[in-house]
Design a protein around this ligand. Structure first.
Ligand SMILES: [Zn+2]
Length: 330
């Protein structure tokens, strides 16, 4: 997806260099600021930034998990999941680690950062700050030991909560294999790499409704499940390293992704408006068709796909995409 908001780094660097080259004293007398005020303001800005980032991660996981769960039977690869985000120092940029410890209670070992509402973890009573232990070792979400522990219908997990040991029984669910990731970037973008669905903070802000975000996640999930990455390509809804050969895959992901979002209970009515709004902020890309279909093409095809889905719903037919007669299963 890739509308880069103009950040004008070069201009800033240029201005800095000019100032240095001038090596000059400035002409005006600036108002004084105090060191305590400066410290307080920097703590405040770090705290706000982490709060915004946390809200994005909660929303991304809440919406994404619904889609990964509802489409598990259509996904060629699946994994077991209980609905927690686990974090540690490594989850944060180096510059933000001290703030993350201060504001979010990040530990030096993996601990639960967020329990997704109504997930198995929520139902079982897991809480933020809990540490899941397997063989006395704190596990991360992607650790194989955790996947193995979740393979049965009911899993007894050993938990460290504020230094107290307890055992909690959860009933894991099967999800599509893709994992969700948030990337701090003002670019309006989402990326599939075969294993992950990465959504930028710029996209989180641009996708106003949860239905729009569900469409974006559905699109990226389709890239992963339809084997598009293997079938030559890179990624991206809109931009990037892709070639003109990616265009049919983009249309296919729009089509299959819309089924994914509807199957997860999201409302497809009007989601194509996303493309008009993107045109508002990125008019030069409207009719650019190098790596992706044009915005008008995508707008119309999404509306048409919705018509097809609505007809199937009305007829009580299963909500699965139409495959070509000779299509190989992926
Ligand atoms: Zn795409």
């Amino acid at each position: 997806m890739g509308v880069k908001r103009s950040l004008r780094f070069p201009a800033i660097i240029l201005a800095t260099l000019t100032a240095l080259a001038g090596c000059a004293s400035t002409a005006t007398r600036l108002p004084e600021i105090s060191a305590p005020d400066l410290l307080a303001e920097s703590l405040l800005q770090e705290s706000r930034a982490l709060e915004v980032q946390s809200a994005h991660r909660h929303r991304l996981s809440r919406i994404g998990r619904r889609i990964l769960l509802a489409n598990a039977e259509l996904c060629p690869k699946t994994r077991r999941d209980i609905g927690v985000i686990i974090h540690s120092d490594d989850s944060y940029a180096k510059e933000m680690r001290i703030a993350a410890r201060r504001e979010l209670g990040v530990l030096d070992r993996p601990s639960i950062f967020h329990v997704i509402p109504n997930s198995p973890a929520d139902i079982a009573g897991l809480k933020q700050g809990d540490v899941i232990l397997i063989d006395e070792k704190a596990v991360d979400a992607t650790d194989k030991a955790l996947q193995d522990a979740l393979s049965s219908e009911r899993a007894a997990l050993s938990i460290d909560r504020d230094g107290q040991r307890r055992t909690i029984t959860v009933e894991p669910q099967t999800l599509c294999h893709s994992r969700l990731r948030l990337r701090s970037s003002a670019a309006i973008n989402a990326i599939a790499d075969g294993r992950h669905i990465t959504v930028t903070t710029g996209m989180m802000e641009f996708a106003q409704s949860d239905d729009e975000l569900a469409m974006v996640i559905g699109h990226e999930l389709a890239h992963n499940t339809m084997g598009h990455i293997r079938k030559v390509i890179g990624n991206l809804i809109l931009s990037g390293f892709a070639t003109r050969y990616t265009r049919p895959f983009e249309s296919e992901s729009d089509y299959v992704g819309l089924y994914y979002m509807v199957r997860a209970g999201f409302d497809p009515d009007g989601v194509e408006t996303f493309w008009r709004r993107l045109a508002d902020v990125d008019p030069r890309s409207v009719n650019r068709a190098k790596t992706h279909p044009t915005f008008p093409d995508r707008y119309l095809r999404i509306a048409a796909a919705r018509g097809e889905i609505r007809a199937k719903q009305a007829a009580g037919e299963p909500l699965v995409p139409n495959f070509k007669a000779d299509a190989e299963g992926e």
